[in-house]
Ligand binder design. Structure first.
Ligand SMILES: [Zn+2]
Length: 69
């Protein structure tokens, strides 16, 4: 398991959700980031990718179950 953001190894206190993990270090940095910092955009795009994958998976699953959109 590796951190979604920095691709580094994760520690014990990593945050896990939707099958991905964000290490404690990145969580701390996320909290400190403001929108005018260049790093913010890379975090944001990582999260956006995640959301899209998640949304896609949920939609695919719904379609498989036979529900209409
Ligand atoms: Zn990390």
């Amino acid at each position: 398991m590796e951190c979604l953001v920095c691709r580094g190894g994760i520690g014990d206190s990593a945050l896990e959700f939707w099958g991905v993990t964000i290490c404690q270090r990145c969580q701390d940095r996320l909290m400190d980031l403001t929108v005018d910092q260049p790093e913010y955009e890379s975090y944001l795009s990582a999260m956006r990718d995640l959301w899209q994958k998640r949304f896609q998976a949920a939609r695919d699953r719904r379609l498989k179950d036979g529900d209409s959109l």
